[in-house]
Design a protein around this ligand. Structure first.
Ligand SMILES: [Zn+2]
Length: 635
């Protein structure tokens, strides 16, 4: 177990959430896409770093290095000339400003007197302009997490970027429809000191934002960035953690990564490796070593005209492949830089060789060719000559960083909680004013008005709902946290089903399916609505919920009707059930007259075997009782 306080863990959160406004932040396009709209594409080329910057931003430089074709996909309903950067931005969306200010007040934050829209350089193509528009709405404030106050630094309003669809060498595809959707960004001070606390803070922020009733829900509407550092390590920015539950794991793994890199630094020091020694290493073409190779991956590339280039890392042997946790090793760091900067597919290194069909004889020849002894490591890249050379240059730079410890950088979160190198951290010179828009004043009277009509917090909402529907606070909280309150209320209102039945299906059942590994996120609102309508009309039993939801999460394009047919869940007709009951009563007529209570339970046992999930047990019980007691009276 890592003692997070002892190692000086400090985490700051940046939570981004889309606002549910009618139109985008700087134009009148809707924030919801029109389904089945005809798509069109247009192409732009990545522009060079802007000269108006004065000093060159490292993150901008990183992107500008790549000559890339950018293909935007969109439709005429979701984008106008503003998104295409052919028209200046319209006035800032008042609805979005009001939501952001309301949220700011819920965070005890102080609104600004005047909104100044700024341009933040982003030139990876996710913005057609080469920058993202952003503005500070409020400063300061705090939230309370388990008795501890966590400060809020700023609350910003910004335009969402285009969504990346596909990326390959020299070409990247974006969905432009998302560009311009208003995003609120809540940044905390970096005072969070454990993975658990980070989770709780993010949870709290999410609940406060949702109290506005004006944030979007579902996949892709929330993005969580983490700033993480440990004593002696570096500030690492991790982008795009989608799920709340993943936050603690990302932090744990990042701590392990930083501690591992510090350990490697100390070991390299012990081995007296110097910066000059690494920098002066030549990059050597070793293709001939592999001229008769049995390695399929190398042979395939050589046939395509690739070369094998090698770099010796003096006295690095054993340190590149050394793993601190799955995927966390220096080799992954070296590969990350080479992939991101030179767009190579990856690296090979002697800590993992012989392997991949590369023989020990080839490794021996390789070492001989590049003059590497046992203590040295050799890194290989197989690619076009220039690209491989460039990739190894970055491996070299990253290897130098290993002598210093942890390089400060921006990393991207992956769904398993590990992260991958993305780009250098942006410099301070990244922002400059948006000259197309005048400052937007926020009168203090307006703020006073907003203060008077602040929405209820979700804790207050939970108490009200639990009272109204006779549900436990816990189940109401689960509905709130899974963002199913509106769906729940809609279903109860439309079907008159018991609230507890609907609530437990929407919480407990989904949780148990998720535990089984089913993709319950595939289920759509109309699935639930349709299911409960079928229950209300007596077509299927509420007990069928689990079966139906499981089937639909595997067949998300299908309907509840399809599920009922596929699973054979259609409730039998009343006549059919009555005939079955008559048959069973007849078979058990001795017991019926001797001990009707026992007879009922025997017959119920038979019926439930046949009708479980198809007919409500209570309905069956009523029918059987009526039949038996009716029968008895006649005898
Ligand atoms: Zn537009």
């Amino acid at each position: 177990m890592i003692d997070y306080r002892k190692i000086g863990l400090k985490v700051g959160l940046e939570i981004h959430r889309q606002l549910d406004t009618k139109t985008k932040l700087f134009c009148d396009c809707p924030t919801e896409s029109v389904e089945d709209a005809e798509e069109f594409t247009f192409v732009r080329w990545l522009r060079e770093a802007q000269s108006e910057l004065g000093e060159v931003d490292p993150a901008a430089q990183f992107e500008a290095k790549k000559k890339r074709k950018i293909v935007y996909h969109t439709d005429k309903y979701s984008t106008c000339l503003v998104e295409m950067d052919e028209e200046p931005p319209h006035d800032i969306n008042r609805e979005a400003v009001e939501i952001a200010l309301t949220a700011a007040l819920l965070f005890n934050s102080t609104p600004v007197d005047e909104i100044h829209v700024m341009r933040k350089i982003v030139i990876d193509g996710s913005n057609t302009t080469g920058f993202q528009r952003t503005c500070i709405i409020a400063r300061g404030g705090w939230i309370e997490v388990s008795g501890k106050k966590i400060g809020i630094q700023t609350i910003c309003l910004e335009e969402d970027a285009a969504r990346i669809l596909e990326q390959r060498r020299g070409e990247v595809h974006y969905d432009l429809r998302r560009l311009g959707v208003p995003l609120i960004e809540i940044s905390t001070t970096p005072v969070i000191d454990s993975p658990r606390e980070a989770y709780e803070a993010a949870y709290k922020i999410g609940r406060l934002l949702r109290a506005t009733g004006k944030v979007k829900r579902g996949i892709g509407t929330v993005r969580q960035d983490l700033n993480i550092s440990v004593e002696g390590g570096a500030l690492i920015e991790i982008k795009g953690v989608q799920e709340l539950e993943l936050i603690p794991k990302v932090i744990e793994l990042e701590v392990i990564r930083q501690l591992h890199l510090l350990k490697i630094r100390d070991e390299l020091k012990k081995r007296n490796v110097t910066e000059d020694e690494i920098i002066s290493q030549p990059i050597v073409d070793v293709t001939e070593v592999f001229s008769n190779t049995k390695s399929k991956i190398i042979k395939k590339k050589l046939d395509e005209g690739a070369r094998v280039l090698a770099l010796k890392l003096p006295r690095f042997s054993g340190l590149i492949g050394l793993e601190a946790a799955p995927g966390i090793r220096l080799g992954a760091e070296l590969a990350g830089w080479a992939k991101a900067w030179a767009e190579v597919e990856g690296i090979l290194h002697t800590d993992e060789l012989p392997n991949y069909g590369i023989t020990s004889e080839e490794v021996y020849k390789l070492r001989e060719k590049i003059d590497a002894v046992e203590e040295d490591a050799v890194v290989l890249i197989v690619d076009e000559y220039e690209r491989a050379r460039e990739g190894l240059e970055y491996v070299k730079i990253r290897a130098v960083e290993a002598l210093r410890g942890v390089p400060s950088e921006t990393r991207a979160a992956r769904p398993d909680g590990t992260t991958v190198y993305m780009r250098p951290r942006p410099g301070a010179a990244r922002m400059y004013p948006e000259t197309d828009l005048p400052p937007y004043p926020i009168p203090s009277e307006y703020i006073e008005e907003l203060k008077k009509k602040l929405p209820k917090t979700l804790d207050e909402v939970a108490s009200i709902l639990s009272e109204k529907y006779g549900l436990s606070k816990q189940i109401v909280d689960e509905l709130i946290d899974s963002e199913k309150v509106e769906l729940f209320e809609k279903i109860v209102k439309e079907t008159f089903l018991q609230p507890s039945v609907v609530a437990s299906a929407l919480t407990e059942h989904l949780k148990s399916l998720k535990r089984e590994g089913e993709k319950v996120e595939n289920l759509r609102e109309e699935h639930f609505v349709e299911f409960f309508h079928q229950v209300a009309s007596g077509k299927i039993a509420k007990e069928a919920a689990i079966e139906v939801f499981r089937w639909l999460s595997r067949n998300p394009d299908k309907t509840v009707e399809d599920a009922i047919n596929a699973l054979g869940l259609l409730a039998p007709s009343l006549t059919e059930i009555e005939n079955e009951i008559a048959k069973l009563v007849n078979e058990n007529r001795e017991m019926v007259s001797k001990n009707p209570g026992k007879a009922i339970s025997i017959i119920m046992g038979h019926l439930m075997k046949n009708y479980r999930g198809k007919v409500d047990g209570a309905v069956l019980y009523k029918l059987v009782s009526e039949k038996i007691y009716g029968q008895k009276d006649r005898n």
